[in-house]
Design a protein around this ligand. Structure first.
Ligand code: NOJ
Length: 599
């Protein structure tokens, strides 16, 4: 039976081009762009004025032809090969997978070999809209800061790629969901694109964007996959930096019935590493008198993130009367001391405070940790009593994106001298981190040069989960802790150019086994209430400033054909849940690579 195709050509080109034409700065694309000039051809001597309607295109046009359709057809060639919603083809029941010549990585923790997870344990794979959807200007979507950065900020992205197409899941989601089902994956943790739904961040809702997510949710449910949704994963509408609550309410009211778990924000710790250049270098005007960014901007960003989270949480629980668990995802890692000195012990605790405590402190105690207040003084905003009350307790469980570990030491000039001097290079954390053990050996195998922060350290996740739950945030984390992201980027994977080189991703497979076993050990042997596990990522995607070349996927994406192929790490992951999950239908014996075919 011929699959049906929803043809939605041309709108993307038109919208992008109009936006560019309207840009006061004369927004011009760099060499890495796939964008169009204005589609409105104005009168020139001897030529008539015409406005082309690219939405009327079909897929083949004879030459010579100077019609709207022909123009759209040409732009269609420039843009992604796939720019219509594609109906799925049947998925295989058996996929190619590692054989006995090099089997999957053996277990790390023999004591948990027979341990089982409860039937309500949530597990699956994760993604984020900007990193996978593509369709950057399609169907009424507004630009986000992450559409802006790759195009306008020279060399901001290591490989000069953009997220314009990425894994093109905006059009391929039906096949992707069918793939999740075929692989036996229980849940999918994904994010909604705010600028797709509300293109200016506030103001009118984009009905085409909403219609897309309507279809997405229904299709996910039809495939029997549980949805875990993050409302904000860094793709702030360019038109706006702070009207989050209205967007959150719109999405929650519409999709609550489909969602198993809500996350308001992805890793608010991003305020730390984005806002020193606030707002994204010097290309945009600064807001609220905080000039070119720096420490003040970072902590203001965190402050408003906490307030926005708490406002959504309280509205959801008390007004909307929502019943699903809600939290936000934290970027944090297990920190060990570089020596037994008191100074290095204090350095460890400062790293934890300036990273986890910055956000978890207000949740737990209603205010920032004392170390932040005493170091930052007026640079740290204050909460009113009403705000403290609103923030305190505004999380149903703790969510940890815990990828790696670090070693911390006091700075050479001492913590006190650093904390007293806001110009000190290590201010305000006043602790230095490293990825070598105290004896100088690396903490684990390294990842891709595009992710220098990431080292495979499975031994760290087990004590870390205990530490968070029993020592650091018992009030929140004892309600439950989810490893909401963990994953690995194999070194130089993007330089491989045959499937054979790509698919046996030994380091990622080893990372999966090591982390999963240690997470289970924390639960089964140490009594930590771990309630969910999500691997990053469903497939290769756009890794922010490292672009498309730094790969995190459990599935390889051929960026030309958009075919997806499960890597060895995917089978490592599935086999593990087959062994340790109770309610999984994981079918990791899955023989022919299946990808997406354009209809
Ligand atoms: C966490 C972030 O949420 C995600 O967007 C990113 O791609 C992964 N870490 C890997 O760096």
């Amino acid at each position: 039976m011929a699959p049906s195709v929803t043809v939605k050509l041309g709108g993307a080109t038109l919208l992008a081009a109009s936006a560019l034409a309207a840009s006061p700065s004369g927004y011009g694309y760099g060499g890495n762009s796939t964008a169009a000039p204005s589609p409105t051809i104005t009168s020139d001597a001897g030529y008539s004025a015409t406005t082309f309607n690219t939405a009327s295109a079909s897929t083949y046009l004879p030459l010579p032809d100077f019609s709207n359709e022909q123009l759209a057809f040409l732009w269609d060639q420039v843009y992604a090969a796939i720019n219509t919603t594609v109906s799925p083809t049947p998925e295989p029941s058996v996929f190619p997978k590692p054989g006995y010549l090099h089997p999957l990585v053996p277990a790390y923790v023999s004591e948990v070999e027979n341990a089982k997870l409860p039937s309500d344990f949530l597990w699956g794979v994760a993604s984020a809209a900007l990193q996978v959807e593509g369709a950057a200007a399609a169907e009424g979507k507004g630009p986000s800061v992450w559409d802006f950065i790759p195009h306008r900020w020279v060399n901001a992205i290591a490989d000069n790629s953009t997220a314009d197409v990425a894994a093109n899941s905006y059009y391929l989601y039906k096949q992707d969901n069918a793939r999740l089902k075929a692989l036996g994956i229980q849940s999918y943790s994904f994010t909604i694109s705010w600028p797709r739904v509300i293109p200016f961040g506030k103001g009118p809702v984009n009905e085409e964007g909403i219609a897309h997510y309507d279809d997405f949710f229904v299709n996910l449910q039809e495939n029997g996959i549980k949805g875990v949704v993050t409302l904000f994963h860094w793709d702030t509408p360019l038109a706006l930096f702070n009207n989050y609550v209205r967007y959150a309410k719109l999405i929650i009211e519409r999709y609550d019935k489909y969602v198993t778990v809500w996350y308001t924000f992805n890793e608010p710790q991003y305020c730390n590493w984005r806002f020193p250049n606030y707002p994204y270098g010097t290309l945009l005007p600064s807001y609220n008198g905080i000039g070119a960014g720096g420490t003040k901007a970072a902590f203001l960003c965190g402050h408003y993130t906490l307030l926005a989270h708490a406002e959504v949480y309280n509205w959801y629980k008390n007004v909307y009367k929502g019943t699903k668990p809600m939290s936000f995802k934290n970027s944090a890692n297990w920190i060990i001391a570089n020596s037994t000195s008191a100074a290095d012990a204090e350095a460890v605790s400062r790293v934890n405070d300036f990273n986890m405590g910055w956000f978890g402190g207000p949740w737990t105690d209603g205010d920032y940790p004392a170390s932040l207040r005493s170091t930052l003084g007026d640079l740290l905003p204050t909460f009113t009593q009403a705000q403290k009350d609103m923030i305190k307790g505004s999380a149903d469980f703790y969510a940890l994106d815990g990828y790696t570990a670090n070693v911390a030491a006091a700075p050479p000039n001492g913590i006190a001298a650093c904390a007293a001097n806001s110009s000190d290079p290590n201010y305000p954390q006043c602790a230095v981190t490293a990825t070598v053990q105290p004896d100088g050996f690396p903490i684990g195998p390294n990842s891709d040069p595009g992710a220098t922060w990431l080292w495979s350290t499975p031994g760290g996740i087990r004590p870390y989960l205990s530490f968070i739950v029993n020592t650091y945030f018992p009030k929140v984390a004892s309600k439950g802790i989810v490893v909401s992201e963990f994953g690995f980027s194999d070194p130089y994977e993007s330089s491989f150019n045959t499937l054979g080189q790509i698919l046996w991703d030994l380091r990622r497979a080893d990372y999966m086994q090591g982390y999963l076993d240690n997470i289970l050990a924390a639960r089964a042997l140490d009594g930590v209430n771990v309630t969910g596990i999500f691997a990053w990522a469903i497939y290769d995607n756009f890794e922010w400033n490292s672009g498309l070349s730094t790969k995190f996927g459990l599935q390889y994406v051929n960026l030309t054909s958009q075919e997806r192929h499960p890597k060895a790490s995917m089978f490592q992951f599935l086999n593990w849940f087959k062994l340790h999950g109770e309610d999984t239908t994981a079918t990791a014996n899955i023989t022919a690579p299946i990808g997406h075919k354009r209809m």
